[in-house]
Design a protein around this ligand. Structure first.
Ligand SMILES: NC(=O)c1ccc[n+]([C@@H]2O[C@H](COP(=O)([O-])OP(=O)(O)OC[C@H]3O[C@@H](n4cnc5c(N)ncnc54)[C@H](OP(=O)(O)O)[C@@H]3O)[C@@H](O)[C@H]2O)c1
Length: 229
């Protein structure tokens, strides 16, 4: 896909992997739509993007606000590429140690919101050359002790992605998943978790993989990529 002038929506674009993906794809000429909760951080990322760039300050777990913002995006021309990336982590521990509110928040942020975003945007995407990339996690394919709820959200996204690909297999839209191991971002610290960040891959390198996945020739599609550090 030639992504120059394509409209690309990235959720979780204010930080970490989504921020680097946004900056990277803007350098290939994409028109970025940056979504996250923190307007100031989104504005800072938009200043680092090299092309037309819109910001959408929205909590994706607030379905009413989310759908209102997606309606505006649709009225403004919709999107050619959707990158479902926003996510949160939880402090490790078996399921008995995780509060109900945290369980709901993790499942809603990491899985339910992305299903709803896809549901809302898919009708406008399915009849022309478009793509949906879900930034999932190694935790969506490999069981890791202490991450039951995070993994539930990510395994859920794996199932959703695989069925979405089947449901659209005769259409021009392409569906892909990224299953990456640890990446050096603030995600762990935000959940009060220490992680050996120095061993982890860099978010800019992960963004380069996403650019590579999108910018393949028309007849090549990398439907899933597994990244180790
Ligand atoms: N880092 C890793 O090692 C790793 C490994 C495998 C998979 N992943 C996955 O990769 C994705 C990106 O992670 P990251 O490491 O880049 O994390 P990060 O640096 O913490 O960034 C997370 C992004 O998600 C946004 N976000 C969180 N909750 C949101 C909400 N309710 N509404 C809107 N935006 C929200 C945050 O924006 P605001 O806080 O500004 O709203 C931020 O832009 C996640 O899905 C994560 O599970 C990460």
């Amino acid at each position: 896909m030639n992504i120059a002038n394509k409209r690309i929506l990235v959720t979780g674009a204010s930080d970490g992997i989504g921020k680097e993906i946004s900056i990277k794809l803007s350098k290939s000429g994409a028109k970025m739509i940056l979504l996250g909760r923190n307007k100031e951080k989104l504005e800072s990322v938009s200043m680092q993007c090299q092309n037309e760039c819109h910001i959408v300050a929205c909590d994706i777990t607030d379905t009413g606000a989310l759908y209102a913002e997606l309606e505006i995006i649709l009225e403004q021309g919709g999107v050619d590429v959707l990158i479902n990336n926003a996510g949160i982590f939880h402090k490790g521990g078996d399921v008995t140690t995780i509060a109900d509110e945290e369980i709901d928040k993790i499942i809603e942020t990491n899985m339910t919101a992305h299903i709803k975003i896809t549901k809302k945007l898919l009708p406008s995407m399915r009849n022309h050359e478009t793509a949906i990339l879900n930034i999932i996690s190694k935790a969506g394919v490999v069981a890791q002790p202490g991450l039951s709820v995070y993994s539930a959200s990510k395994y859920g996204m794996q199932g959703f992605t695989d069925v979405l690909r089947e449901d659209t297999k005769d259409e021009p839209i392409r569906i892909a998943a990224v299953y990456q191991a640890g990446t050096n971002t603030g995600m762990f610290a935000k959940s009060g978790q220490n992680a050996p960040l120095e061993k982890f891959s860099e978010p800019d390198d992960l963004a380069e993989v996403v650019r590579f996945m999108l910018e393949q020739p028309e007849k090549i599609w990398l439907k899933e990529v597994h990244i180790e550090f």
